[in-house]
Design a protein around this ligand. Structure first.
Ligand code: SF4
Length: 413
């Protein structure tokens, strides 16, 4: 990787990167990402003018991840509508009217699915086949998404607000860096409550924050499997709530923190004021570390199997190819792996040798599902997501380039 006129040459075709500067405000997820691997954070959020006009490096969406986003986004829409209408419970008669105005839960899910699929159109990592497959799979899961949303709603408790309030919209404006007039959050349930700790440069968006008297309850919906990081995130929300002088001028303490999973709610112990002080110090140190990394010419890579296995920018990361890719002999039948090499001579209608770029020795027999693969003899490539195949008749490792695999051209070392 080299730096030319402020741009980072990643060595991959059309992937010169303009790395990001530290943001005005950090969020919990951003801090966790940069803590795990500063290089990944920077590469994923860099600008790639030769590749596309989009923000960051194009993601490689999976139907599973998009399904979770669909359930979460639908919940956001429905809970916000119920909270703003002053409904006490999604089971109340008034809730039926709100849901009818929305067109029903299925209609909201369909609308969210359409919104989730729209960005795939301009995504250079998503070809037509992949786009169609994801769209087909996601649409087939609309009934499941509706059932999941209903499951979360069945356990949701809301407190009506005395009057319609615009405080949430004001908070959202703050998150976008506008000139907001943020206000104190009043009694009642507030969906998507944006909390800001100016002195820490930290913000977060709480799925559901309910103020009833002096009791403040914070709920975060999670569509994936349970993880300790979710508890940490809730504790951070408690810190944000404590530190947000505009949303919480009276410094009402948080009374409960709940992670709402599909099948159960998990209570997270509310941090004491000493815990909050310790958390404030830890977050402040993490933000300082994150700022230093993003101000450096090349943020630090932290290669490890756990970090790199699913890294969406690993093809751009020299540290991964130098240190973390597996030896061919260590890969078992049916396992997925990545490989860098040069395309050698064609072996059959749908197979090519991949050779060592330096020695020219044949290392891997690459089979494809198409007779017109996205490479040519002589290309230096990084191949992501190959499937190892056992072939007793071939005296070399064999791999299959599947529809899910990706091929990236290496243009400089
Ligand atoms: S491949 Fe590994 S080291 Fe490189 S950016 Fe990704 S997570 Fe970090």
């Amino acid at each position: 990787m080299t730096e030319i006129a402020g741009m980072l040459d990643t060595g991959i075709a059309r992937s010169r990167a303009l790395l990001p500067s530290p943001p005005s405000y950090w969020s919990y997820s951003s801090l966790k990402e940069i803590e795990a691997c500063p290089r990944r954070f920077a590469l994923a959020r860099a600008t790639y003018p030769d590749l596309w006009d989009g923000r960051g490096y194009p993601s490689l969406p999976s139907t599973r991840a998009l399904f979770g986003d669909v359930v979460h986004s639908t919940l956001e829409v429905v809970v916000k509508a119920l909270a703003e209408a002053g409904v006490e419970s999604p089971q109340a008669v008034e809730a039926t009217m709100v849901l009818r105005d929305l067109g029903g839960i299925t209609a909201v899910v369909e609308e969210v699915v359409t919104k989730q699929l729209a960005p795939l159109e301009g995504n250079p990592r998503v070809d037509l086949d992949r786009h169609r497959r994801i769209a087909r799979e996601l649409r087939a899961q609309i009934p499941d998404a509706r059932v999941q949303v209903q499951t979360y709603l069945s356990r949701t408790v809301l407190v009506p607000r005395p009057s319609a309030s615009s405080d949430m919209r004001d908070g959202s404006a703050a998150a976008r860096g506008g000139q907001p007039t943020r206000r104190a959050l009043g009694k009642g349930s507030h969906a998507e409550a944006v909390l800001v700790a100016d002195e820490l440069r930290l913000l977060g968006r709480v799925d559901l924050l309910t103020i009833s008297g002096v009791s403040v309850d914070i709920v975060d919906y999670k569509t994936g499997v349970e993880a300790p990081g979710h508890h940490e995130q809730l504790r951070l929300y408690a810190l944000l709530w404590d530190a947000d002088r505009q949303a919480n001028p009276a410094r009402l303490p948080a009374a409960s923190l709940t992670v709402a999973y599909r099948d159960r709610d998990v209570d997270v112990p509310v941090p004491s004021s000493a815990d909050l002080d310790a958390l404030r110090v830890a977050v402040s140190a993490l933000i300082e570390y994150a700022d230093v990394e993003l101000k450096s010419t090349l943020p630090t890579p932290l290669p490890s199997p756990a970090n790199c296995e699913r890294c969406a920018v690993r093809h751009l990361c020299a540290a991964y190819w130098d240190e973390s890719t597996q030896e061919l002999t260590a890969i078992g039948d049916g396992e997925w792996f990545d490989y860098e090499g040069k395309i050698g001579k064609q072996n059959g209608q749908r197979s090519w040798w991949v050779i060592d770029p330096e020695t020219g020795i044949q290392r891997l027999l690459l089979r494809t599902t198409s007779a017109t693969p996205p490479f040519a003899t002589g290309d230096h490539v990084r191949l992501l997501g190959l499937r190892h195949e056992l072939d007793p008749e071939t005296n070399a490792p064999v791999a299959l380039l599947t529809a899910a695999s990706e091929v990236f051209q290496v243009v400089s070392s």
